[in-house]
Design a protein around this ligand. Structure first.
Ligand code: SAH
Length: 358
């Protein structure tokens, strides 16, 4: 079968074989990419209209005990100036975000042992009590099942934990000994079982990644059925072991995004900051390839430059307000409207469904 026929088949069957995925990633051309993007966009517009959910992201700590080879805030980077936001700082970010219409707050950080289960749960509970109409999403890495359960009990309902790669050998090339794909999978399984809307995902073009690996990632997502998928190009950071590795390609990232949208029509897929960093119009291209979420940064300006996962990260030199404005304009330029609302997975009651399911 030709690649376009495989994409058609994916749209109908919501699955492909490993060899079919591999063929696409090994042999795709510009025509196939355009076809995948067009198909994905039709599906997204049919499901969500030309509407984009905004999530406010608060990067509340860049302290991390892990040493992932790709990441600028890895423990081993002594050039990184560390910071932590305290409870009041975090609440202030949420208040600003709320005033701008955000109804989802994403708390992201390094794996910072200072934020024990009790400390972080106090913060989550305060946010969910003060903003009962808002969703809290956590993105703080690998934790015990008890810890995840406590976060859920405190009111968090979504969790982002990219699997990074489904291939054990590739995983070991991206992370030091002590981190393993088994542990990552245990976390993702626990999160789903507890009841979180769960996000996985990969960096496209990460060092040592092959078509075979991306095919495995697609097979994994077919089976795992994540509610959210984070996809962005790998971008090197100068103070990491991967400083000299090439960045991932925007086109391949768009292909993976489009195919993920076709595979998982209802998924929440953000057009990522990394995509906007790789190319000025990257986030617009992401939306036109099937993304339906954008995550503006609500972190205080003073700390933004310190949360550098990769070089050149966009938005680190503007206020939350300016960042939101820029993204809103970018979305409007391509004919999309930013909407207020929690935007839960497959939530037929949210405003996005108005007029379609009454
Ligand atoms: N510590 C948390 C959240 C911060 S990292 C966690 O590990 O989940 C969030 C995501 O940023 C990672 O999952 C990774 O996929 C991405 N990331 C890290 N370094 C990157 C780089 N150099 N280029 C592109 N994306 C990167």
């Amino acid at each position: 079968m030709r690649n376009k026929e495989l994409i058609e088949k994916l749209k109908i069957e919501r699955a492909l074989s490993h060899d079919e995925w591999l063929q696409i990633f090994d042999t795709w051309d510009a025509d196939d990419l355009a076809f995948a993007i067009e198909t994905a966009r039709e599906i997204a517009v049919d499901r969500f209209g030309k509407k984009i959910y905004f999530r406010g992201i608060v990067e509340f700590t860049n302290v991390c005990k892990n040493d992932c080879y790709y990441c600028g805030i890895r423990a081993g980077n002594s050039e990184c100036q560390r910071y932590r936001l305290d409870e009041e700082d975090i609440l202030k970010c949420c208040a600003d975000g709320y005033a701008h219409g955000f109804r989802t707050f994403v708390l992201q950080g390094g794996e910072d042992p200072y934020y024990t289960k009790d400390r972080i749960c106090v913060i989550v509970r305060r946010i969910t009590e003060e903003y009962p109409d808002c969703a809290v999403t956590m993105s703080i890495g690998e934790l015990d099942r008890d810890f995840y359960q406590a976060l859920y009990d405190a009111g968090a309902r979504r969790y982002l934990l990219r699997h990074e790669t489904r291939d054990a050998a590739h995983y070991a090339l991206l992370h030091p000994a002590g981190m393993s794909i088994e542990s990552r999978m245990r976390c993702l399984k626990d999160l789903k079982e507890i009841g979180f809307q769960t996000g996985c995902g990969i960096m496209v073009g990460s060092p040592h990644q092959t078509s075979e690996h991306i095919a495995e990632d697609m097979m994994f997502m077919t089976e795992f059925k994540p509610e959210m998928v984070g996809l962005g190009p790998f971008i090197p950071h100068r103070d990491t072991p991967f400083r000299d590795e090439p960045a991932g390609s925007v086109d391949l990232t768009l292909l993976v995004i489009a195919l993920t949208r076709i595979l998982l029509p209802d998924a929440l897929i953000p057009s990522t900051t990394a995509l906007g960093t790789a190319e000025a119009e990257g986030r617009q291209k992401g939306v036109l390839a099937g993304c339906n979420v954008v995550m503006p940064n609500l972190s205080p300006l003073e700390v933004r430059k310190k949360y550098m996962l990769y070089d050149g990260k966009v938005g680190t030199d503007m206020s939350a307000e300016a960042g939101i404005r820029t993204l809103r304009v970018q979305m409007e330029e391509i004919g999309y409207e930013v909407i207020v609302g929690r935007g839960d997975f497959n939530d037929k009651n949210s405003s996005i469904w108005e007029g379609r399911h009454r």
